[in-house]
Design a protein around this ligand. Structure first.
Ligand code: 13P
Length: 223
């Protein structure tokens, strides 16, 4: 199972260092199934027992792109894993480069956690699968380092995960499109994780709020 933590705009350089120290000690050895996306200001140069991922980057090596992070900057921290398409970035209007980012990350062999998810209006109109397919149409679904994270927007940050049956049918549909591991994200917490991980075709979770405290994230990992 893959356990990924998206820390979003939380944690400072100092607090993430403590987070990572605790997680490193708990893991003991390098574990490729644990991924943490800290804010980029908090990236660690030291080796970690988890995969450190970037919440955002610009599809360039370097250049005249004010305020952006290029590959050269990720390289300095040994980062080879990126998150693309998170709904919070899409909503900010800041994820217009999704295809360019995907193609760049693929070209450079990054592990890509690609987020998709519908809002409540789309769900209620019965167009979820069609919508998710349209989000996936622009990327290479056979890319070997792809992980797809299904994160229904209406469940993110609410404390209530999507209905197990709904998650199950979406994940089943996604298996017809890609062989990539499939994660679920959206209010995963210690009360619902067991049921979510027991869904057929669920290969792990992408956790926000419930992973902000490292002790809680470890509890989720240990089950
Ligand atoms: P929450 O777990 O806080 O709902 O966030 C999920 C998420 O957006 C992970 O990327």
């Amino acid at each position: 199972m893959i356990f990924a933590a998206n820390l979003k705009c939380n944690h400072t350089r100092a607090s993430f260092k403590i987070y990572a120290d605790v997680l490193n000690k708990t893991m003991g050895v390098k574990c490729d199934d644990i991924i943490v996306f800290p804010p980029s200001i908090a990236f660690l140069e030291s080796q970690t027992n988890f995969i450190q991922g970037a919440q955002n980057f610009y599809p360039c090596i370097n250049g005249a792109f004010t305020g952006e992070l290029g590959k050269e900057h990720l390289d300095e921290f040994g980062i080879k894993c990126v998150l693309i398409g998170h709904s919070e970035r899409r909503i900010l209007g800041d994820e217009t480069l999704i295809k360019a980012k995907f193609d760049f990350a693929k070209e450079h062999n990054y592990k890509i956690v690609f987020c998709i998810g519908e809002d409540l209006k789309t769900k209620n109109s019965g167009k979820t699968l069609e919508f998710l397919k349209s989000q996936l149409d622009i990327i290479d679904l056979n890319y070997k380092n792809l992980i797809i994270a299904y994160e229904p927007i209406y469940s993110i940050g609410t404390g209530v995960s999507a209905d197990i049956k709904d998650i199950s049918s979406v994940l089943e549909y996604l298996t017809t499109l890609s062989q990539a591991p499939l994660l679920y994200g959206g209010s995963v917490n210690e009360n619902n994780i067991k049921e979510i991980l027991s869904i057929e075709n669920c290969g792990g979770v992408l956790v926000g709020s419930a992973a902000l405290k490292v002790e809680n994230f470890i509890k989720l990992i240990k089950g």
